[in-house]
Design a protein around this ligand. Structure first.
Ligand code: GDP
Length: 443
């Protein structure tokens, strides 16, 4: 999970603080020492950590905190505010030009996720009502052009290419005419990276920048490379004066050092976070929500946004009606499960719920997406009739379903039992007999 190592350590420290009624200077200093260690272990830049801790100490050892009724909470509030500030304060928007086309130039090293992020951005803008054009300007990495074309086909977004032996500047210039003749109002320009910072690459990017004067230069860096990502950002910014960063592979980054250092070191904000390989796995970077997630306060706003984006409202209304009439079937159940899964991996979703990070009994909870695969396989192995009326599923049918889904009869029995219980509960709920706190999801 994003930031999981850092989050766990900080939450342990804060648990100790909360447990104390009164705080003295020594308590706060001891806690801040732990915060400092946790940040350093998370690979946050040393200078950034030092400044961050000093700022918090200045605010936290005052009379106001020590004498407050909940000093522990007060310190946590200060850490939250400072962490938010460290990542840029508030969310930074993409500059959309008043005279189309808006040109977004992507830059970054090979393998950072530049081409994938170009596709993700195009998808996002198309969903927001824009008409994007993807431009295959990565003439250096073999297969980058084809990769972009495949993404474009999948997204039904046009891709402009001039092959891999054209000059990147000509490609960039050519894309503007192409956009005009194809009614595209936003150009996303993929560019050539290299394995390491390289003078030739920088010179090429500078030429492209000068030729098309992009509205936005977004640098793509890999979160898993920690402080290297920060150095890369610093170097690119010195040459290109970037507008912001897309931090990719945050799904695999349990430490969080790059996310917490980039703004402080380069002065440039992280605008988007890549959270997976799928095209939908791109989040706007909200420093306030990120800070909450790290400190275990949850991120309900992002969760709601994810739900709104992935849950079909009409289907939800139809489901509500079925629940009310107690006509909920295993087919509906599977559809519902699919919609929830569209929102992302379960452990990431759970991390957004306030308190989950703090609840000791849930700390080591591994929500196994495989379990959901099993449930899906079992329901898929049923006939439509069985899904609508599981009562007909006798012993031999159970055997067939287990065999067909690659599970065991016990797995099938468990699912059927849980489904039956859920239906019973729904019935009680509908007739108003539901006792407080008695509802449980069937998985
Ligand atoms: P480029 O050389 O910078 O254009 O890199 P690519 O776009 O080809 O990405 C390199 C690899 O990183 C590919 O396997 C992508 O699927 C993967 N990748 C990109 N972004 C993410 C992300 O946010 N999370 C994860 N897990 N993988 C990513």
């Amino acid at each position: 999970m994003i930031f999981s190592n850092l989050a766990e350590k900080l939450q342990d420290t804060f648990d100790k603080l909360r447990g104390k009624g009164k705080l003295n200077e020594k308590d706060v200093k001891a806690a801040l020492k732990e915060v400092k260690m946790a940040l350093l272990e998370a690979d946050v830049n040393y200078k950034v950590v030092k400044k961050f801790i000093n700022k918090i100490e200045e605010r936290a050892v005052g009379k106001e905190v020590m004498e407050s009724l909940t000093p522990g909470q007060h310190v946590i509030k200060i850490v939250n505010e400072e962490m938010q500030e460290l990542m840029g304060g508030s969310k930074e928007e993409i500059a959309i030009s008043s005279e189309p086309p808006t040109i977004i130039m992507m830059a970054g090293l090979q393998g950072s996720g530049k081409t994938t992020s170009a596709g993700k951005l195009a998808r996002k803008f198309a969903k927001d009502g824009k008409k994007p054009l993807l431009v295959a300007g990565d003439v250096y990495r073999p297969a980058a052009i084809r990769q972009l074309q495949v993404l474009g086909e999948r997204l039904e977004i046009p891709v402009f290419s001039m092959g891999d032996d054209s000059d990147p500047v000509d490609i960039a210039r050519g894309s503007i005419n192409y956009a005009a003749s194809h009614n595209c109002d936003l150009i996303i320009l993929d560019t050539a990276g290299r394995l390491h910072i390289d003078q030739e690459m920088m010179a090429e990017l500078e030429e492209v920048k000068a030729a098309v004067e992009p509205d936005e230069i977004l640098l793509v860096v890999d979160a898993m490379t920690g402080q290297d990502a920060v150095n890369v950002a610093k170097n690119f910014d010195q040459r290109l004066d970037i507008n912001g960063v897309i931090l990719t592979k945050m799904d695999g980054d349990a430490r969080g050092g790059a996310a917490l250092s980039i703004k402080a070191i380069t002065g440039k904000p992280i605008k988007f976070a890549g959270t997976g390989e799928k095209l939908a796995d791109l989040e706007e970077f909200h420093p306030d929500r990120m800070a909450s997630r790290i400190l275990g306060m949850g991120d309900v706003l992002s969760l709601i946004e994810k739900a709104e984006k992935s849950i079909d409202k009409e289907k939800a209304a139809a489901l509500e009606e079925k629940l009310r009439k107690n006509e909920f079937t295993l087919e509906d159940f599977m559809e519902q499960m699919d919609q929830v899964r569209n929102m992302g991996p379960m452990d990431e979703l759970l991390g957004m719920i306030p308190g989950i990070g703090e609840a000791k009994q849930l700390k080591n909870l591994q929500v196994d997406d495989k379990q959901l695969d099993h449930i899906e396989a079992i329901i898929s192995s049923m006939t439509p009739g069985e899904r609508r009326d599981p009562e007909v599923i006798n012993g031999s049918r159970r055997k067939r379903i287990a065999l067909g889904s690659g599970t065991s009869i016990q797995d099938v029995n468990r699912l059927l039992k849980q489904f039956k219980q859920t239906k019973k509960m729904m019935k009680q709920l509908n007739s108003g007999k539901m006792k407080k706190g008695g509802f449980k999801l069937p998985f």
